[in-house]
Ligand binder design. Structure first.
Ligand code: ME8
Length: 523
């Protein structure tokens, strides 16, 4: 597939939409960074990408937070949603659309999917009773809760408080979808990832599905149920539909409809059930195609340390970006945490990554080789002579990276993509050290030029490949190598995009400074 022409492949990708009932935290940051890296990778590989993120603004939880803040839900979410969008911007996340579920087009989409589910005969009125967790916005069976000594109850899975609720509301015939869902997991083995979550979901479905309460009458902060005054939609019906709203649903003529079904919903492990059970059932009921994949990433937690500004381990995403820089934060969370597993943030961990991987391995190599070129090769891309075995081996390792990254990206193995890129950086460092170009300057200037050329070529491949992960530093590196803006695609790594001898290069400057801040004094 080429980067241009009418056959350009589409790739639709979303994050979950966050509850703006408080400030965004590092978990929200992690999700949007990872999704951004995947979206950017596909753009780099020539896909036409739609990447969306946003805020989930209805429901009891938001209404209660607004009341507590002494304001209306609308005014409340206007303030907090802006903070979520500012976080995505601050973290250099190049989303195409930030969706807020209070937008009128979203009301239209949510009401349309409701009408279609109703027309399928899957929605009926009944009295529903159960243990409700406001925090999770979900009902649980008694067996899914535990009684505490003080007489209150909490949900077993999420350990959140639950209260008994009984109301007349609409139910969705989820029980009718058990077999179709199990068939889906079999026919589309990639539908749920990682594998462990798939097994959890399948056994949950196999154990039997109860019909799902999908409207509320005890509060009004939600999308009105069509033609049923007094009922608002259960917040998850409305929230999941955001993925359709962003593709222009229900306007069949909307240009963005080409992105439905979405290729990937990136979500956290706690909400896999909503995305892998309820969401496909709603879509089947409404007669709509299903997303291709739902991936539940792990949780990012603090090292178990007390969070404190003076200890330098605060988990506010804005503070992290200010303290370490945006690219280092992005690199750290994507390199440190195997995508799909849980991970831990620590001040020491991020500094180690900044100083070893970024400043030392990549930053120093770029600085040393580019400074030599500036001094000894008239600040131009050097002219290579015949290649030795060692030259060819390094160039081949770099040229093999795009295909390797594509394969790993299919499994969303972001951390492995980074470790394999850095393995080539390590190869390049070994090569540079053993070829000793600084000694060749006098003894064999022609060979020095070749060694520098091979090093710069390797840096070019690395620079192109790291764009999805550390976009600002990657752009700076590619600028230093005078790589034209239109030659920065994955397909340019091997072939026509090669550095041309004689191309003038700008004066080198460091791309990844070391983290040298003095230790913060103890509180
Ligand atoms: O669940 N580490 O919103 P939310 C990693 N509105 N990810 C985390 C995390 C952590 N510590 N904490 C939360 C909701 N997340 C719903 C989604 S989608 C139609 C509706 C993830 O603000 C969480 O798993 O509680 C979810 O994917 C996202 O952040 C938003 O969480």
């Amino acid at each position: 597939m080429t980067a241009s022409g009418p056959a350009k492949k589409t790739y639709g990708i979303t994050t979950a939409i966050s509850y703006p009932n408080g400030a965004p935290h590092i978990g929200h940051a992690y999700e949007v960074i990872a999704t951004d890296a995947i979206a950017r990778f596909h753009r780099l590989d020539g896909y036409d990408v739609l990447f969306t993120t946003g805020t989930d603004e209805h429901g009891l939880k938001i209404q209660q937070a607004a009341t507590k803040a002494g304001t209306s839900p609308h005014a409340f979410v206007d303030g907090t949603a802006a903070r979520f969008q500012a976080m995505a911007d601050r973290l250099d996340c190049a989303y195409d659309r930030f969706i807020r579920t209070t937008e009128p087009p979203h009301y239209a989409a949510a009401q349309e999917i409701w009408r279609r589910m109703e027309a399928s005969g899957d929605i009926y009125l009944d009295t529903y009773a159960g243990w409700y967790s406001v925090r999770d916005e979900a009902y649980y069976d008694a067996a899914e809760t535990r009684l505490l000594e003080d007489g209150t109850r909490r949900s077993l899975g999420t350990d959140t408080p639950v209260v008994w609720m009984e109301e007349e509301n609409f139910l969705f015939k989820l029980s009718a979808y058990q077999d179709r869902l199990l068939k889906l997991y079999e026919d589309q083995p990639d539908f749920i990832g990682p594998e462990s979550r798939k097994n959890e979901v399948a056994s949950f479905v196999r154990s039997g599905l109860k019909d799902l309460s999908v409207s509320r009458t005890n509060f009004d902060w939600g999308v009105p149920v069509p033609d049923r005054p007094g009922h608002v939609m259960y917040v998850w019906v409305d929230a999941l539909t955001n993925y359709l709203t962003v593709t222009g649903f229900p306007d069949a003529g909307d240009e963005r409809q080409k992105f439905w079904p979405m290729d990937l919903h990136v979500i956290g492990k706690d909400i896999v059930r909503f995305h892998a059970v309820y969401w496909p059932a709603f879509l089947m009921s409404a007669g709509l195609p299903l997303p291709r994949r739902v991936f539940g990433h792990g949780f990012l937690l603090s090292k178990g340390e007390k969070m404190s500004k003076s200890l330098g381990n605060v988990l506010d995403p804005f503070d992290l970006a200010d303290t370490y820089g945006v690219d280092p934060v992005r690199y750290f969370v994507l390199r440190e945490v195997p995508f799909g597993g849980d991970g831990s943030y620590s001040h020491e961990g991020i500094i180690a990554r900044i100083n070893a991987d970024l400043a030392n391995d990549l930053g120093n190599l770029a600085q040393r080789s580019l400074s030599m070129v500036a001094k000894n090769s008239s600040a131009q891309v050097p002219e290579p002579g015949p290649f030795t075995e060692a030259d060819r081996a390094l160039l081949a390792a770099a040229a093999a990276l795009p295909e390797r990254a594509r394969v790993l990206m299919k499994d969303l193995a972001l951390h492995t993509i980074l470790s394999e890129i850095w393995a080539v950086v390590a190869d390049a460092n070994r090569y540079f050290a053993s070829e000793e170009p600084w000694k060749l300057r006098k003894s064999d200037p022609g060979r020095m030029e070749t060694v520098l050329y091979v090093t710069l070529e390797t840096l070019r491949a690395v620079g192109i490949l790291v764009q999805p992960f550390v976009p600002t530093a990657a752009a700076a590196l590619l600028d230093l190598l005078a790589v034209p803006a239109e030659r920065r695609m994955l397909a340019d790594i091997d072939g026509a995009g090669r550095l041309e001898a004689g191309t003038p290069l700008p004066a080198p400057s460091p791309i990844f400074p070391r983290f040298e801040k003095p230790e913060v004094p103890a509180a």
